[in-house]
Design a protein around this ligand. Structure first.
Ligand SMILES: [Zn+2]
Length: 408
């Protein structure tokens, strides 16, 4: 009797050993022919695909909270749960590091009168919405339309910030959609090469990350599609599960009322069509990467799209908006898991401005542009990295980050 299973079946009480649970999905390496054992292509392909199938049912850290820690949030249509990450948790610290490091490595000043912001300001000031604005809000937004002119406010820029709170969002419907997309993507990424069936190379390595490394927040990247062994996964304290190939944590900044809608119903890339109000027949205006939901790997860029909750202006440092304690008001941005998958890279000469939400080259999942810092903006290059998805299932809004600009 040489192995556990045999001794287990002898029935002898003294000799009884419990067989360890069988690992259903062997790692790819162990499938190579060893000791004269032949493996077949279909076995290798099956193992490669099997390895790709292991998508965690939920982020492991969700279960680190007591069920009673979660607060149910009732949205206008759907509900979801939220819980505050403890400030002394590794997850909280890593998110703070990611934000601070991306701001210091990639500080950002928006171009004056940037289209996306001006459009949002005009929407606020439109006949149907302006009734909801206070006189101060109206005045500040009207000034904002003259951004960069003499006597008008400067374009928003990144500032040193203090993270006051990180809310984790658990939204069952959104998670199921996202996890399904990840699973399908992982299944799709195999090819037959000289070593047999292997996972396809992760093309995300072509991205020049703002932080210098992929934004994983505690998750160790598995550069092949093969999941990390359990021992390594335990190192991933934040999410408990490594982000898979094609996934990254990215920021999104917008108005506070829209952030509520994102937490409830996810991103809606098809709403990003901006009609040219001056000539309604003209084609709608999209950003550099086309129509869709935009993300950044530097918090500094996303923070130029959210608003002061008091005066509704961008980048507000006004004394009149300070809290009774003398702090700047708390603002919010979203940090999401995004499945960039196999990106279509937009370049300086090949922008995707004209492409609507239904347009993507075959086999591509997202649109990515590596930032060109010294390039002339007028030619369509973006200074910072930009990321775009056209399908709502490709992003999961996982964290609502509450922050305020430090008084510098
Ligand atoms: Zn303000």
């Amino acid at each position: 009797m040489t192995h556990d299973f045999a001794s287990h079946t002898t029935g002898s009480k003294t000799n009884r050993r419990i067989a360890p649970p069988r690992v259903e999905v062997p790692e790819t390496q162990s499938l190579r022919g060893e000791g004269g054992r032949q493996t077949h292509e279909w076995q290798q392909a099956g193992a490669a695909v099997g390895g790709l199938l292991r998508v965690p049912s939920v982020p492991a850290y969700w279960n680190a909270f007591e069920p009673s820690n979660w607060t149910m949030r009732q949205g206008t249509e759907d509900s979801y749960y939220s819980v505050d990450l403890p400030k002394d948790s590794p997850a909280f610290r890593q998110i703070v590091d990611y934000i601070q490091e991306s701001i210091s490595r990639a500080p950002y000043t928006s171009p004056a009168k940037e289209d996306a912001r001006m459009q949002a300001v005009r929407e606020d000031l439109s006949l149907e919405n302006r009734q909801r604005l206070t006189p101060i809000q109206r005045k500040k937004l009207e000034q904002r339309l003259r951004e960069g002119d003499a006597g008008a406010p400067s374009p928003p820029r990144s500032r040193n910030v203090e993270i006051t709170r990180v809310e984790c969002i658990a939204n069952e419907a959104l998670w199921e959609r996202y996890a399904t997309a990840v699973q399908l993507y992982r299944q799709s990424r195999v090819r037959k090469g000289k070593n047999g069936w292997t996972p396809r190379r992760d093309t995300m390595k072509l991205i020049k990350w703002a932080r210098g490394e992929p934004p994983l927040i505690g998750a160790r990247k598995s550069w092949s599609n093969v999941p990390l062994p359990e021992s390594r996964m335990r190192e991933c304290r934040l999410t408990g599960d490594p982000l898979g190939p094609g996934e990254a944590y990215l920021f999104h900044g917008t108005r506070p009322e829209i952030i509520d809608l994102i937490m409830e119903g996810g991103f809606k890339p098809w709403l990003a069509a901006r009609q040219n109000k001056n000539s309604p027949e003209a084609p709608p205006k999209y950003g550099l990467l086309g129509q869709g939901a935009y993300f950044a790997d530097s918090a500094s860029k996303s923070m130029t799209y959210d608003r002061c909750v008091v005066c509704r202006d961008y980048d507000c440092v006004d004394a009149s908006c300070l809290t009774p304690e003398g702090d700047r008001p708390v603002r919010q941005i979203v940090l999401s898991r995004v499945l960039l998958g196999n990106p279509d890279f937009a370049t300086f000469y090949r922008s995707r401005r004209a492409q609507g939400v239904g347009v993507l080259p075959d086999g591509r999942t997202s649109v990515v542009s590596n930032g060109l810092r010294q390039a002339p903006f007028s030619l369509g290059a973006s200074m910072m990295n930009e990321f775009l998805i056209k399908d709502r299932v490709l992003a999961y809004p996982e964290f609502r980050i509450h922050y305020r600009a430090r008084k510098d």
